[in-house]
Ligand binder design. Structure first.
Ligand code: ATR
Length: 252
């Protein structure tokens, strides 16, 4: 990779970003395609507005957005495409004359992964852990896969109600209320940030009783390659998927 005066800069905005594999993937793809661009991690502990304004001033060609900014970034954009507007979360920004324009490729990535894995949820009830920006895309993806009903467990019920209170196909529960879910074997999609390197030995729910209800687990966290959540699912069943649903990008 040669960086010169014409190199376009792209990056990943989030906190934390130390675990990300996106620079590895995106720089390799740019190199392979002969595109003069570089992709860097952009850790933003606070001051998202200033970070977006600064990136725009420097003319960053585009950025991906991850935990915990997928929703907060919406109000800082010049507009969003239909899918991102419907979902209410964004993971990809593209430079335009009027500001950054937002897209959500998480839904496509999630649906594609589920299909490639052969993990069908059509007509089934599914458990979603977490009620943040990533969960919004996952719920939309699950609907496209014809899920019947979603049990969504979140640490903060109030926050979950604000975002999902109007959804008739979602039952909201606290993390310690999993025993209110009817008995059965469920597919569970892990969408919380618990299990990232700063909390690698932890899962959002630690109780064994919860994992006895899980027949298949998908963790959106791909680094570490086996999260504490996945270890607990595998302990119960040898049917264990862990995939990065966020590798899809429309930046390049
Ligand atoms: P993203 O946009 O990537 O989904 P987010 O909107 O900050 O990021 O959502 C992070 C999710 O992880 C939320 O569901 C959050 O729970 P709260 O809504 O209660 O904050 C969850 N989460 C983060 N830290 C957690 C922890 N220590 N224990 C349990 N859940 C946690």
């Amino acid at each position: 990779m040669v960086i010169d005066g014409r190199t376009r800069t792209c990056g990943l905005i989030g906190n934390p970003v130390e675990h990300t594999l996106s620079p590895l993937i995106q720089n390799a793809l740019a190199n392979e395609a002969g595109i003069n661009a570089v992709y860097v991690p952009l850790g933003v502990k606070d001051g998202l507005k200033k970070a977006i304004e600064g990136a725009y001033t420097f003319g960053f060609a585009g950025m991906n957005v991850t935990v915990p900014y997928k929703r907060d970034v919406l109000e800082l954009l010049s507009g969003v495409d239909d899918a991102a507007g419907r979902i209410g979360a964004v993971n990809t920004l593209k430079y335009t004359d009027k500001g950054y324009y937002g897209y959500n490729t998480d839904v496509t990535g999630f649906v594609r992964e589920m299909e490639e894995l052969g993990l069908s949820v059509a007509g089934e009830d599914v458990i979603v852990l977490g009620a943040g920006g990533a969960s919004l895309a996952v719920c939309e993806g699950l609907r496209q896969l014809y899920v019947d009903h979603i049990y969504m467990l979140n640490r903060s019920l109030d926050k979950a109600r604000q975002l999902y209170g109007d959804c008739s196909d979602i039952t909201l529960l606290g993390l310690d209320e999993y025993d209110k879910i009817p008995d059965g074997g469920y597919t569970c999609i892990q969408c919380t940030s618990v299990g990232l390197p700063d909390s690698a030995d932890r899962a959002a729910i630690e109780d064994e009783g919860f994992y006895s209800r899980i027949k298949a687990g998908v963790d959106l966290i791909y680094n570490p390659s086996e999260t504490a959540f996945m270890k607990r699912v595998t302990f119960q069943y040898p049917f264990n998927y862990q995939k990065d649903t966020f590798a899809y990008s429309i930046l390049f």
